[in-house]
Design a protein around this ligand. Structure first.
Ligand code: PBG
Length: 330
């Protein structure tokens, strides 16, 4: 199949296919489309006006009113979906507002589903960290450790509440063992057989979530290393993804994206369902900060970062740049 070029020959010239913009466009191996982009959005309880997030230039904490025109804009731009995060006014150790139909995230899902349901996919983050007073993604036992199986019961209630509010795709980001199976069973038992599960299959304990913690007003002390993965582990990312596939995940995701392209590539090779990646807050912040200093070209860096993530195997990318990038790739 492969014919090596005779030595001293100049007949093999890869530059031919780079010789004009039209030729480069013709042979591009990776193409992004607005439908392959999902916009993460924050909705905060108890504020009257949208509030900027200092470490995420251009990203706001929205109100239940201001999220509606944003969702309409996302639909208009042709995005594939919108991923909602809630920032509650009150928190408790159990994260009770998460499963409350009147909790901020469930209200936001209702508002967005009412505004744009059917035009793009309404998605929600399914995790307790925004709702707990200690900021962990699960419930704590008497020794202060995150209790896996007690947490699963909360996730099950949260899932049903989100499905009832109108979310079509639930983003399970808590990294508890068995979460996909338990949530699937709870959804089915409540009659939500068509509500889909996006499993944050390989999610690493990452410093790149820094700005997100400001965005959701995180109360976390310490770290998440007893449930999120060690950045040193590649094989384990594949293991997590395979377990989630077995448990019935409809889509699997790798997160963060750019520092984990090897993991993404591994998962993409074996997955029988769509594979997504999340370009997280710190990845966006690095580009914004360097661009503000005049050290890199902002649009070029955003384009290259998204194309690299797609090239490594992501069918769809969650990105804070989704709206802007959709306009370039329309
Ligand atoms: C958990 C969650 C986090 C992010 C998405 N879902 C934070 C965490 O795991 O600490 C981070 C996303 C980002 O940094 O953009 N609810």
């Amino acid at each position: 199949m492969h014919t090596p070029a005779p030595s001293n020959s100049r007949s093999h010239r890869p530059r031919r296919l780079r010789s004009s913009p039209a030729m480069r466009r013709l042979v591009a191996e990776t193409r992004l489309h607005p439908a392959n982009l999902v916009l993460p959005v924050f909705v905060r309880e108890g504020i009257d006006e949208p509030r900027p997030i200092t470490s995420m230039p251009g990203v706001m904490q929205h109100t239940l009113e201001s999220v509606r025109p944003l969702a309409a804009e996302a639909a208009e731009a042709g995005l594939g979906g919108i991923m909602l995060f809630g920032v509650p006014a009150e928190r408790d150790p159990l994260g009770s507002a998460a499963a409350d139909p009147n909790g901020i995230l469930n209200l936001a899902i209702r508002a967005v589903a009412d505004e744009v349901g059917g035009e793009l996919v309404v998605q929600s983050d399914l995790c307790l960290d925004e709702f707990t007073s200690h900021g962990h993604c699960g419930l704590l036992d008497d020794a202060g450790r995150v209790d896996n199986d007690a947490t699963l019961e909360s996730y099950a209630r949260m899932a049903v509440a989100q499905a009832e509010a109108g979310a079509e795709l639930l983003g399970l980001s808590g990294m508890m063992d068995g979460q996909v199976a338990v949530v699937r069973e709870a959804l089915d038992a409540a009659g939500h057989i068509d509500t889909a599960i996006l499993a944050y299959a390989a999610k690493y304990a990452s410093a790149f979530y820094g700005p997100f913690r400001e965005a959701v007003d995180s109360q976390l002390q310490g770290d998440r290393r007893s449930y999120q993965q060690d950045p040193a582990n590649r094989r384990e990312g594949l293991r997590e993804a395979l377990l989630d596939l077995d448990e019935g995940a409809d889509i699997v995701m790798v997160k963060p994206a750019m520092s984990y392209l090897d993991v993404l590539s591994d998962v993409a090779r074996v997955s029988t369902v769509p594979v997504w990646a999340y370009q997280v807050s710190g990845e966006a912040a690095m580009i914004e900060a360097a661009a503000q200093n005049g050290w890199i070209d902002r649009e070029g860096a955003i384009r290259e970062s998204l194309v690299s993530i797609a090239r490594a195997g992501a069918d769809t990318v969650l990105s804070y740049f989704a709206l802007e990038a959709a306009a370039w790739w329309r």
